[in-house]
Ligand binder design. Structure first.
Ligand SMILES: [Mg+2]
Length: 227
């Protein structure tokens, strides 16, 4: 599916609040500290007399956290706390997504507030925003609720919390993300979603999930311009 610049501009026209996924649309969080290494470190940190934590073989640390929450909820505080530190370490080596800053600037120029809404830890989002001097372009950061992996997308919890903070209705907001769970979370929160297909095969999946539009670059969104 390809969306023209005019179609994108029309989709963005009523939007006053852009809810933006972090890992993908803003940066590649684990570009320098690979997710598989983070997952291994997390599993090592949580290995105790009872052995490794549930899901220790997973290469996605967020999936491991979810798994731990399901199988060993008593381990969640330690697991989440350890993962926060690893994510903060990871964002120091994150690779910015091309066109992301231009998109943030385009939103600022058209009086749209941008909120980062992510399954990653708020501390990691804050650190990235700080390091890359994006504070004036980002209204707020909503990472997963500490100790509550259930708050992660596809749950709409973080999106609804953002809407409350923004005093916004779903109709004046849109969510932009690169995963099917982002589209699902948006719909569950009553808002539309734009898919960012940064890898082959993602466009089809995001379209099938009901994204109103799918872009393959953040630059395309930045250039959709004011309307
Ligand atoms: Mg993402």
């Amino acid at each position: 599916m390809s969306t023209t610049r005019e179609e994108l501009a029309a989709i963005l026209a009523p939007v006053r609040h852009v809810l933006l996924d972090f890992d993908g649309p803003v940066c590649s969080v684990f570009a320098g500290f690979p997710a598989a290494d983070v997952a291994r470190r997390l599993a090592d940190l949580l290995t105790g007399p009872d052995g490794p934590p549930p899901g220790h073989e997973l290469t996605d640390p967020l999936a491991m956290l979810r798994h731990i929450a399901d199988a060993r909820p008593e381990l969640v505080p330690a697991a989440d706390g350890a993962l926060v530190q690893l994510e903060v370490e990871a964002v120091a080596h994150a690779r910015p997504t091309e066109g992301a800053v231009q998109f943030l600037e385009a939103c600022a120029a058209t009086d749209r507030q941008v909120w980062l809404v992510s399954n990653n830890a708020t501390a990691a989002l804050d650190r990235y925003v700080d390091t890359h001097q994006l504070k004036t372009l980002v209204a707020g950061c909503f990472g997963r609720v500490p100790g509550r992996p259930q708050s992660m997308k596809p749950s709409p919890e973080l999106l609804l919390a953002t809407l409350r903070a923004a005093h916004a209705e779903p109709a004046e907001a849109i969510f932009i993300g690169d995963a099917v769970r982002d589209i699902e979370a948006a719909h569950a929160a009553g808002m539309s979603a734009i898919g960012y297909a940064n890898k082959p095969g993602k466009a089809q999946a995001l379209t099938a999930a009901g994204a109103v539009s799918v872009v393959t670059t953040m630059r395309a969104l930045a250039q959709a311009g004011p309307s």
